[in-house]
Ligand binder design. Structure first.
Ligand code: PXP
Length: 248
C-alpha cells in the first residue's frame, strides 16, 4: 500500500518557548502557524503541557480561531486536558506521556497495561469527533494494545532513531529504523493509521518519509531552529521537499 501524500504536521511549541523566555507576546505561535499553513503544512501540532512551559491556553484559543488546517492537540491523559480538548474539539488529539522534570517527551505512552483506563479516557474525545492518536514507542506490545483499545491512530516515537543519527551511532540508528519500519507495517496491518514524530531533521527525515504506509510526520524543534537561519516558510518548504523526494 502506498499513500500518495505524506502529511506534514508542524509543531510550533518552540515559538512559544522563545516568546516565554521574555514573558511578552512575541514571537506569536499563532502567526507562526499561519506562516506554516501558507508554506504547505498539512496540520499544526501544539502541546499544552501541564506546566504551560511553552504553549499556553490562549494559544490554543488563537489556533482554533485562526487555522484552516487541522490542529493536532497534544496533551497528557489528565482530567484537566480532557476538559480543555472537549471544549475546543480539535481535529485530532495526540495523547502523550508527560513528566514535569523532562526536557521533552522522553518516552512513549504505556498503553499495554492500562487498557481500560485509556479506553475510558479516549471515549468522550472520540465521541466529540476528535481523532485520537497515542504516542508510543515502536514496540509490538504498545502497537497491539493501541489497536485493542480502539485508537484509530498511533504516532511512533522517533526520538531514539533521531538521537542515534545526531550522535553518529550508525548501528543504533539502523536498528531503531528497523524497529520503526516493522511497527509501521504491523500497525497498518492491524488497521491503525500510523504517524511518526520527534527529533526529525533534514538528515534523518528521509528514511522515515520513505516508509510507504506512514500517513503523517510531526516535526517541530528542528524546523523552528532552522527558521532562525532561513525563515520559517523556507525551512518548512525544505522539509516538505525532502519528504516528497524520499516518498518518490
Ligand atoms: N510528536 C510528538 C507526539 C511530540 O511530543 C513532539 C514533541 O513535542 C513532536 C512530535 C515533535 O518533536 P520535535 O519537536 O522534536 O520535532
Amino acid at each position: 500500500m502506498t499513500l500518495k501524500h505524506l502529511r506534514l504536521g508542524v509543531n510550533i511549541d518552540h515559538v512559544a518557548t522563545v516568546r516565554n523566555a521574555r514573558g511578552g507576546d512575541v514571537p506569536d505561535p499563532v502567526r507562526a502557524a499561519l506562516v506554516a499553513e501558507a508554506a504547505g503544512a498539512d496540520g499544526i501540532t501544539a502541546h499544552l503541557r501541564e506546566d504551560r512551559r511553552h504553549i499556553i491556553d490562549s494559544d490554543i484559543d488563537g489556533l482554533m480561531a485562526a487555522l484552516k488546517i487541522p490542529l493536532n492537540f497534544e496533551m497528557a491523559a489528565t482530567a484537566e486536558m480532557q476538559a480543555i480538548a472537549l471544549r475546543h474539539k480539535p481535529h485530532a488529539v495526540c495523547i502523550v506521556p508527560e513528566k514535569r522534570e523532562e526536557r521533552t517527551t522522553e518516552g512513549g505512552l504505556e498503553v499495554a497495561g492500562q487498557d481500560n483506563t485509556l479506553a475510558a479516557y479516549m471515549a468522550p474525545l472520540q465521541a466529540a469527533g476528535a481523532r485520537v492518536s497515542l504516542f508510543i514507542a515502536a514496540d509490538k506490545r504498545q502497537v497491539e494494545a493501541s489497536a485493542r483499545i480502539g485508537a484509530p491512530v498511533i504516532e511512533l516515537h522517533a526520538g531514539a532513531y533521531a538521537d542515534a543519527w545526531a550522535e553518529g551511532r550508525w548501528a543504533a540508528r539502523d536498528s531503531e529504523l528497523s524497529k520503526i519500519t516493522d511497527m509501521v507495517a504491523y500497525g497498518t496491518e492491524l488497521g491503525l493509521e500510523v504517524h511518526v514524530g520527534h527529533g526529525l531533521t533534514y538528515d534523518s527525515v528521509g528514511p522515515i518519509a520513505a516508509l510507504p504506509q506512514v500517513a503523517e510526520l510531526n516535526i517541530g524543534h528542528f524546523i523552528i531552529g532552522e527558521a532562525i537561519f532561513r525563515g520559517l516558510g523556507p525551512a518548512i518548504a525544505e522539509m516538505r521537499r525532502l519528504m516528497d523526494e524520499a516518498r518518490a
